[in-house]
Design a protein around this ligand. Sequence first.
Ligand code: KG4
Ligand code: ZN
Length: 337
Amino acid sequence: MLVLGVESSCDETGIALYDTDAGLLAHAVHTQVAMHEAYGGVVPELASRDHIRRLIPLLEVVLAEAGKAKADIGAIAYTAGPGLAGALLVGSSFAEALAVALDIPALPVHHLEGHLLSPLLATDRPEFPFVALLVSGGHTQLMEVTDIGEYRLLGESLDDAAGEAFDKTAKLLNLGYPGGPALAKLAESGTAGKLRLPRPMLNSGDLDFSFSGLKTAVLTAVRNAADSPADLAAEFQEAVTEVLAAKSLAAVRACGLSRLVVAGGVGANKRLRERLNAMAAKHKIRVYYPEVALCTDNGAMIAFCGAQRLMKQMAPKRDGAFAIRPRWPLDQINTSI
Ligand code: KG4
Ligand code: ZN
């Protein structure tokens, strides 16, 4: 069956076609970064309006690339949450309306489940069970994944998410928005360790994280102006990735597993990958990543996730035609939305 995926939870519009036999046929993403840049962050109303402009042209691009027609689509999966309410409503109404017109089912999908399963779209895909490190702009979570829909939260950030910490620190260093990739780039020309930043909760004995203190430490360092921005960026990246790698190893051990899956935007960070790969080699663990293009928000992971749930008859139930849930805890993923 051909499943259309629709992503519009934040500042990327994503459309994809996933075939349950042939795999991912095509996907396209439009990022609103340039539009939000002037404001230093995402403006929700502008995001919603832009999703409206992009969805139909992207659908046409993806259909053409896959050599398919609308009539070939068998189901539509769309992000129903978590995310910005207005932005979610655009994707939801687009997907539900198209499903009614084509007389096919529409499935609400949890955005984080999409990220979580995105490494299964790679050629080298992990078997269940595994531990997932989900590191996005809004979430930092460690989860035990036993099967589709079976997720147990092991630990999470008590304050800023890892991506958020990258973005806020980048802002302090005047790197603009979104800061993660820019900060990572600047870090390449700096030396970590010249100034020492804390490794928050590294030895807390649990699997939770805290990143907001790091941002404050960077702010103090910026005010002192003794350190070069590149050295600060390098040390910040070193601190975040050290904690993420150490807690991931602890989580894999606590579950008695040997597979780690990394998902979400920060999963694109090279230093994080280097560290996780080194840790994996040392401790006989295997680490799996989504393709770099599928680390950040995209429609492919939503189409894939919807297809899995459809095949297992695990689509979440919904009341009414327009299903969105801007705050949707992952532990309520299998209940009605
Ligand atoms: O998963 P994602 O696209 O969106 C959310 O669902 O949040 O993640 C976006 C986050 C942003 O905070 C961005 O700065 C961060 O991922 N990010 C990175 C890198 N690429 C994206 N952070 C560090 N290094 C990168 N290379
Ligand atoms: Zn995301």
